[in-house]
Design a protein around this ligand. Structure first.
Ligand code: UFG
Length: 334
């Protein structure tokens, strides 16, 4: 089996590489990535972890000619598409950047899949497509307008893939709606190595614990939750990665949609406390104004993935905090 991992050098893509290798030892795995939000260091780590040469092509999916050449060179059996811009705030400031990149990259990949008879497509979607829907969120819930252009691109790409599968019955699609991926591979060799300032909670906590950032701003202490801070469904990135391998294996026909979450809610303060306790560190914080666009409570009903994919998030909040911290500390040594 030949699998193309688009955006395979990023946070979730690199962990999925490891899960795919475990589940499909004989498969040929090919990574394409434009390195816009990742570095060669991750490739080096993947090489160390697997003991194999990584088949890597530095290609921007918006570059159609380069992509066409890649599809000519390999007969892929499936594509997993992670490539895309993902900073919610930036997408509000620069929506065209998000629409241009995230839509074109998906359109190009789908076009070449159809042209070269690649019939399995797994797409990185997001819980953001549920808008301000009421948790626990289920795949059958209506999609509500996303509160930002990033989220809008996820909903639009889902629709592109649904329409394509409808028109091409041999083309099968899994839409995987992620909740809040955190943590790192337990080796500490790969993790969330974003360029620049972290946007999300866990990497921010880790930077504050390390002393690289002075204080964590907790956005809002007056939500209708037990401790007043926002509740999210955190999922260990290795659980998420295993969800992709399971989806690819089971994909047979049509469009399947799965929530990939833990089905449990954790508040910001609970996560901060868990991180401090498990790792024996201090995370100074202050409660500030709510962040515009944030919802009080988001968590999944992930029972469909359990039933149909035989997949369930297994790793605990404690493991998420330990692994995120191990990666953060390791990152300073190499
Ligand atoms: N938070 C803080 N301080 C920070 C960062 C975050 O208090 O410095 C809080 C947020 O207010 C929220 C929680 O921590 O309550 C989680 O925030 P993240 O930014 O880590 O994640 P979001 O839930 O906002 O967004 C994530 C992904 C998006 C995706 C969305 C889907 O980052 O890509 O989940 O629900 F669209």
């Amino acid at each position: 089996m030949n699998i193309l991992i688009a955006g395979g050098n990023g946070f979730i893509g690199s962990h999925t590489y490891i899960s795919l290798r475990e589940r499909f030892p004989e498969a040929q795995l090919v990574i394409v990535d434009n390195l816009v939000n990742s570095t060669h260091k991750t490739l080096e780590s993947l090489r160390k972890m697997t003991g194999e040469n990584i088949l890597f092509y530095e290609i921007d999916l918006c570059d159609e000619q380069a992509l066409a050449a890649l599809f000519r060179g390999y007969q892929f059996d499936g594509v997993i598409h992670f490539a895309g811009y993902k900073a919610v705030g930036e997408s509000v400031v620069n929506p065209l950047k998000y629409y241009t990149n995230n839509l074109n990259s998906t359109l190009h990949l789908v076009k070449y899949c159809l042209e070269y008879d690649v019939n399995k497509f797994v797409f990185s979607s997001s819980a953001t497509v549920y808008g301000d829907g009421v948790s626990p969120l289920m795949e059958s819930d209506a999609l509500l307008p996303a509160s930002n252009p990033y989220g809008q691109t996820k909903a639009m790409c889902e629709q592109i893939l649904i329409d394509t599968a409808r028109a091409n019955p041999e083309f099968s699609v899994a839409l995987l709606r992620y909740f809040n991926p955190v943590g790192a591979h337990e080796s500490g060799l790969i993790g969330e190595a974003a360029n620049g300032m972290p946007n999300n909670l866990m990497p921010y906590i880790a930077k504050v614990a390390k002393g690289e950032l002075p204080i964590l701003n907790i956005f809002g202490g007056d939500y209708p939750t037990e401790d007043g801070t926002g509740i999210r469904d955190y999922i260990h990135v290795m659980d998420l990665a295993e969800g992709h391998a399971a989806a690819l294996e089971r994909l047979s026909s049509g469009v399947c949609i799965y929530n990939l979450g833990s089905s449990k809610g954790t508040s910001v303060l609970q996560l901060v406390k868990a991180f401090e306790e498990v790792n024996g560190v201090k995370v100074p914080y202050q409660i500030v104004e709510r962040r515009p666009g944030d919802l009080a409570i988001i968590y999944a009903d992930a029972s469909k993935a359990e039933k149909e994919l035989n997949w369930k998030a297994k790793r605990t909040i404690k493991e998420m905090c330990q692994d995120a911290w191990r990666f953060e500390k390791h990152d300073v040594l190499i």
